[in-house]
Design a protein around this ligand. Structure first.
Ligand SMILES: C[S@@+](CC[C@H](N)C(=O)[O-])C[C@H]1O[C@@H](n2cnc3c(N)ncnc32)[C@H](O)[C@@H]1O
Length: 318
């Protein structure tokens, strides 16, 4: 295994400056996929004209957004400012989603600060008539944070909203069904849960305990992207709420997880990030995936081909 990761970029401004000259697009520009499937924009999700530019008149059936949570990584603002900002990109999402569509939003809750911004965001969404709440999913991280004087924090929250009557297909975990029971009479015959089931594994619920959090040994790891989501979780959303050739949007690309999931599952993806370095990382990740089938750089980094970045050591806490 190669060992030349980059530190987390959101905390390494010097490194970010060095990477900028290697970025193919700058703010306001779009990378057009030579295969004509995806679009990656260096754009601002809160700006209506940027979102229109990304979509080029197309609509999507699924949005998967993972904004900065207003805690730990990236900039922190007052809760009012943060929610006003969320209102803008949610409105922009509403304008480019189909009449029958799904919206998923990853968000955090700061236990040291009245659990902001999760409840504030939920209340803001209540005012959005065009979206109906459908589920409140929790993904369980393996690695937690916190002191020995509190419960270890391992949650990642995922909100699911719909508009109209979108496609939805039940997903199954890799966890085998072991408990027999839940007997019910079907067509005059008493059947158990295993007989009735469409799968030998348990159905995915609104608590996901079977998704491995990203860490450096995983092939999909993109070392400098601290807030990268596991592909297994994105694949689950994409499979449940879209069909092959459907268009999916993600306004907060970062490492490009939604893009890679869409490429692997035959969907089209329009994605953006406000930072050209993350746009370049997403482009490189897609190119690498197409060329090698690899979903990330494991313990190396997206710029390993450039001498200057081929041997840096990672002093981040990841
Ligand atoms: C939490 S990360 C997304 C992680 C992503 N789901 C992944 O798996 O890699 C949030 C990203 O949003 C980007 N961002 C912040 N403000 C933005 C804005 N106004 N418009 C577009 N992107 C923005 C940040 O640069 C960061 O890369």
């Amino acid at each position: 295994m190669k060992n030349n990761p980059l530190p987390r970029l959101d905390r390494a401004n010097d490194l970010r400056e060095k990477l900028l000259p290697h970025c193919r697009i700058g703010f306001g520009e779009i990378w057009e996929d030579p295969e004509g499937r995806h679009r990656i924009g260096c754009l601002d999700a809160a700006d209506k004209s940027c979102v229109e530019k990304l979509m080029a008149g197309e609509k999507a059936v699924l949005a998967i957004h993972d904004p900065p949570y207003n805690l730990i990584a990236f900039e922190e603002r007052s809760i009012e400012e943060f929610i006003n900002w969320c209102f803008k990109w949610i409105n922009n999402t509403g304008a480019i989603l189909d009449d029958d569509s799904s919206l998923y939003v990853w968000l955090g809750a700061d236990q040291n600060s009245d659990f902001q911004p999760l409840p504030d965001f939920m209340i803001m969404m209540r005012g959005m008539e065009s979206f109906k709440s459908r589920s409140f999913i929790t993904l369980r991280n393996q690695r937690g944070y916190g002191t020995c004087k509190n419960w270890m924090a391992v949650r990642q929250e995922l909100l699911y909203y719909t508009r109209g009557t979108p496609f939805f297909e039940v997903q199954y975990t890799d966890i085998p069904k072991t408990l027999k029971g839940y007997y019910k009479e079907v067509a005059g015959k008493v059947t158990g849960n295993i007989e009735r089931s469409k799968s030998d594994c348990i159905r995915s619920s609104n608590v996901w305990v079977d998704v491995q959090q990203i860490f450096y040994r995983m092939k999909e790891n993109v070392s400098c992207c601290y807030t990268q989501k596991p592909l297994k979780s994105i694949d689950r959303i994409v499979l449940a709420s879209s069909q092959p050739e459907d268009r999916v949007v993600d306004f907060f690309s970062h490492s490009g997880s939604t893009l890679i999931s869409c490429e692997g599952l035959g969907r089209k993806c329009n994605t953006m990030d406000i930072d050209p370095v993350y746009c370049e990382i997403a482009i490189r990740r897609l190119e690498r995936f197409r060329k090698t089938g690899l979903q990330g750089w494991q313990n190396s980094n997206p710029f390993e081909d450039i001498d200057e970045f081929s041997g840096l050591s990672d002093d981040s806490e990841k």
